[in-house]
Ligand binder design. Sequence first.
Ligand code: F6P
Ligand code: MG
Length: 424
Amino acid sequence: ATPRLARLVLSGGIVFTVYEKVKRWPIILTGVVDELNKIDGALSASTDDEQAKLAEGKQLINEISGLIYEMRHDRELSPLQATGLPDDTAAYNDELAQLAEKGQNKWFTSPWLFAECYLYRRLRGLFAVTKHWNLFDPFASQKLSTWRSSAVGAAALAKSLQKLVQEGPVDDEKKLELDLLGMLEVDLWGNATDLSLLTSLTHEEIQQLQSVERGQHFVLKNDFERTWEHFKTLKDARVDIVLDNSAFELYTDMVLADWLVTLSPYVSEVVFHPKLVPWFVSDVQPHDFLILLDTLDDPSFFPTDSGLTEEDRTAFRELAARWKRYVKEGKFRLSVPTELKMGDKGELQKASLVIFKGDLNYRKLVGDAWWPTTTPFDDALGPLRGKIDILSLRTCKADTVVGLPEGTEERVEKEDPKWRINGK
Ligand code: F6P
Ligand code: MG
């Protein structure tokens, strides 16, 4: 009766949740410990500062190992300590107190989304109170290495985009419509590369994922017509993108943004919204955005055996030059992250369209509730309903789904019982 407050309790959801908590999350945290060990191992400890850093690094390793233990042994989620971040401690702790009353405050019994957010928030708190590691991004090297593995897929896109740019701005409406569709598809499927979901992906698997032409067949809720009608009303407008994952997905966001600004008559400015702290392994922080631009024109970034041709590298350089110019000219803007909340519509209201990327943003938009899948998207929207024009580009990695046509759920349930969570 009150779907927004409902929790996801179908059996598929529970099995997957426990898998996440027992298997995937400890792997993610162990990766952080390995990262710290690597850095600690390289420190010479010859100065006081280095010794202090080393000691803090060891302390962090202990604390994270403790967190893994708590998780594996299904301990209670302990209240968060204030750590000087945006003041969200009380919100977490209030929710924890309510969960405790219902007996749902342990790692295995707490709601999936709450526990996952708590995990990243707790991890961030450990780093935030240190002197030497408070700005450290424990996922930085993973993000870079997936980006390196994305070279071939990324280069194919770069060349396609450069070809369109060489052909020049388009005034034929049919071509604009088709190109927009292609760009949105690229950006949608860019969301499949998510490090929190893909804990053990090989270089080859990443390449395969990015080369698959999925097209529209797998799009269960396709609002392209509505989107196109909206774009046609725009002229020199501002579009905002609430970013999700770094590396390849961010690159596809920028490809879409480039097409909108360079080739369409509809948009002259794109504002990108990153995250304030390391979040869900691969989510974009401001430094990820700047690093991506630099990697494209750094000849040493993609290794010689990455399969890139000279033509590919030239296309990357051309993109980098244009994108850096757009940053300078303010056509591409990076917003200052103040941990955008779904209620903070002020800044987003300045845009003629806000594109929310990915699964987590989608879950937030619709309150992560157990809606009937035919509930209209507009009805499921929380505080942003009716306030801004929204396009959500999401591959499905968690149970909550709305907006499907009658009969779609039943059809896909037969075709692929894991359709809600496997991102396909
Ligand atoms: O499925 C694992 C998971 O971490 C979900 O809990 C979360 O909603 C999703 O992945 C995040 O995916 P995205 O990067 O698309 O937001
Ligand atoms: Mg993400």
